[in-house]
Design a protein around this ligand. Structure first.
Ligand code: HEC
Ligand code: HEC
Ligand code: HEC
Ligand code: HEC
Ligand code: HEC
Length: 491
């Protein structure tokens, strides 16, 4: 009875009635959507935007309307009791014996049911959409660089949410909260450009990558052929062939590169937030024993082979912004899918595929020069690169310019496109913004962040830098034609 009385109070005025319907529907939806998500096997990370942002707004509007309705009603009643008038009915009297009223009610009911179905289907479709790559990568222009880079990776058919959200309640909520935060930043135009890397709260690889790849799967060696070109007039095609000791765990033993992800070996490290400067590495073995290395290049050395005793005492505290992290797949494969090339990799890929003709003299050298130039905008770059390449052949190789005009135009377009799909001025993304940690592209990069002679135990034992621990270099920068001849000769 109390509930009934309460409802009567709420709905006495039309304003209150509308408010009650609004708040009631939204409240019901919030509860069901939350339940649906927590028991569902499918993932809808951005459903949170609806559940926790849109619906609460309408829920609050409903509550405000209820409040206004009750206030109005109370005022009216007070006025009436003062003047002694009789209250006028707020609602029309519904007489079901009247044929027109009945017909009207039936059509209104049918319309209501139809509207409910449309709303439910629309919500389901909307949720599916915000989960899709189209929403994550295309609608959201902020992610254009990541989406472009993703499309040329082996994971171009893996959904964003499979790596970025994964399953499990805790990360679910995290993704939701961060999704809401991202939308807010987008609205207020206060997001970071470029989007910072590394992603500090990326799901652990065990819950994402390891759904499809798992440590015990890696065994033995893998050959890796790297194709490159020289910047000479013939654009000589070179090959480097490595026997990479991919390794991994088999029958309880592990060796080679995937030794790091054998669950028996836990490697943790302390570094600056960018994870580029690693200062301390700890290996914890299954029996609980530890091995610890310190980097003597640490600007605030706790233990530094080069420092004096006083300096050691002073530098005893780690840098406060340093973070600790347990190594997983993403510490080496930090670019499994957002693959940004270096200018050299970009042009070499285009030459290898033949979309930039290898017969154009110095096309690699000129392409590289144009790629590395500072361009203000994508339009400027695309036009400037196209014209730059044509101008080069017109001035230096007039006969080539005349005979191979088609190839030159195609090369100009392709090189412009290489720029446009790796450099994004509006997001401040340029060559090298997102480093790749596989291999050792430069001094102190990738593997060499730890595998360097300055990373030593107190006894002076360094993390190994022996080339053959990681790979055998079978062929290094040899012209591809020679590599084939040698292979034939040994057949
Ligand atoms: C195969 C797994 C995978 C897929 C699929 C994937 N990502 Fe990522 N993404 C990563 C990893 C790993 C990182 C973090 C690299 C790091 O922390 O160093 C990352 C980083 C990012 C970043 C931060 C900037 C950066 O490049 O470091 C953004 C933004 C992003 N991803 C968006 C997307 C979008 C949008 C999609 C879908 C179009 C997507 N991701 C699909 C694995 C993935
Ligand atoms: C939904 C399944 C799926 C998930 C999740 C996934 N991958 Fe993959 N990955 C694949 C498939 C399929 C291939 C093989 C593609 C091919 O052969 O072209 C692949 C290929 C790779 C390769 C080899 C690339 C090459 O050039 O040969 C690496 C490295 C890799 N994945 C790392 C990762 C990492 C790291 C993660 C987590 C951040 C991850 N993958 C998450 C399915 C997945
Ligand atoms: C210590 C660095 C490191 C870690 C950690 C690491 N990998 Fe790798 N992984 C490599 C290297 C190096 C290669 C070979 C070269 C390449 O693929 O470019 C490789 C190769 C691969 C390949 C291709 C292998 C093949 O046989 O074709 C896959 C798939 C892969 N890794 C997935 C993973 C997954 C999943 C994890 C986490 C469980 C992981 N890796 C952890 C460094 C690492
Ligand atoms: C800690 C492991 C490790 C050590 C030590 C190491 N490398 Fe590498 N190296 C790699 C990995 C990983 C790659 C990348 C493989 C790939 O292309 O995916 C690589 C790539 C290369 C390449 C091919 C690069 C290219 O651009 O084609 C050469 C050449 C090379 N290493 C030479 C050496 C030499 C010489 C040494 C010893 C002084 C050495 N490496 C030490 C892990 C290592
Ligand atoms: C965060 C630090 C760190 C990074 C980054 C790192 N390693 Fe290691 N790695 C270690 C440590 C620590 C050891 C153990 C050294 C020891 O026991 O002496 C090790 C051992 C190895 C071993 C020997 C495994 C065995 O059979 O015993 C190989 C091979 C190796 N790493 C390859 C790589 C390659 C390739 C990369 C880059 C793709 C890489 N590492 C990146 C820390 C790292």
């Amino acid at each position: 009875m109390r509930v009934q009385r309460f409802l009567i109070t709420l709905t006495r005025s039309p304003v209150g009635l509308i408010g009650t319907i609004l708040a009631g529907t939204c409240g019901f939806l919030i509860v069901t959507l939350t339940l649906w998500e927590s028991i569902g096997t499918e993932q809808h990370p951005y459903l949170g935007i609806i559940t926790y942002m849109v619906l609460p707004i309408f829920f609050t509007i409903g509550l405000v309307l209820i409040f206004l309705g009750i206030r109005r009603q109370n005022k009216k009643r007070a006025r009436l009791s003062e003047t002694g008038e009789i209250a006028e009915a707020e609602y029309p009297v519904v007489d079901l014996n009247d044929d027109r009223t009945r017909a009207w009610l039936v059509s209104a009911g049918a319309f209501g049911v139809m509207a409910a179905i449309v709303i439910v289907m629309g919500t389901a479709k909307g949720v599916e959409y915000v989960d899709s790559n189209a929403f994550c990568g295309e609608t959201c222009h902020v992610m254009e660089p990541e989406f472009t880079a993703y499309q040329r990776s082996p994971h171009a058919r893996v959904h964003c949410v499979e790596c970025h959200v994964g399953s499990g309640a805790r990360f679910f909520l995290k993704a939701k909260v961060s999704g809401v935060r991202q939308v807010y930043r987008l609205w207020t135009n206060s997001y970071d450009r470029p989007i910072p890397t590394p992603v500090q709260d990326l799901r652990p690889a065990s819950a994402t990558c390891e759904h499809c790849h798992w440590p015990a799967k890696f065994v033995g060696d893998r050959t890796q052929v790297n194709d490159k070109f020289r910047s000479d007039s013939a654009n000589t095609h070179l090959q480097t062939i490595l026997l990479v000791h991919v390794g991994g765990e088999t029958m309880g033993e592990s060796a080679g590169i995937h030794w790091h992800v054998d669950p028996a070996n836990q490697v943790t490290y302390r570094s600056d937030p960018s994870r580029e400067d690693i200062r301390e590495v700890v290996l914890t073995r299954p029996d609980g024993t530890e091995k610890r290395w310190f980097n003597s290049a640490d600007p605030n050395p706790r233990w530094n082979a080069n420092g004096t005793e006083e300096e050691h005492a002073e530098g005893d505290e780690p840098i406060p912004t340093d973070i600790w992290r347990t190594m997983d797949c993403a510490d080496c494969h930090n670019r499994p899918t957002h693959v940004y090339w270096t200018p050299e990799q970009a042009i070499d890929q285009a030459l290898l595929r033949g979309v930039v003709s290898q017969d154009l003299p110095f096309v690699r050298r000129e392409g590289l020069r144009l790629l590395k130039e500072e361009w203000g905008s994508t339009e400027e770059a695309v036009a400037g690169i196209f014209e730059g390449l044509e101008a080069f052949y017109r001035e230096s190789y007039p006969s080539v310019a005349a005979e191979m005009a088609g190839e030159i135009a195609t090369a100009g377009e392709v090189v412009g496109d290489l720029w446009a799909t790796n450099v994004f001025p509006q997001m401040n993304v340029t060559w090298g913004t997102y480093p790749d940690h596989i291999g050792h592209a430069g001094f102190k990069s990738g593997c060499l962040r730890c595998h360097t002679s300055s990373m030593t135990t107190e006894d002076g034992e360094a993390v190994s830098t022996d080339c053959s621990n990681c790979h055998q270099v079978l062929v290094m920068d040899r012209p591809a034609a020679q590599v084939r001849l040698t292979a034939e000769a040994t057949d």
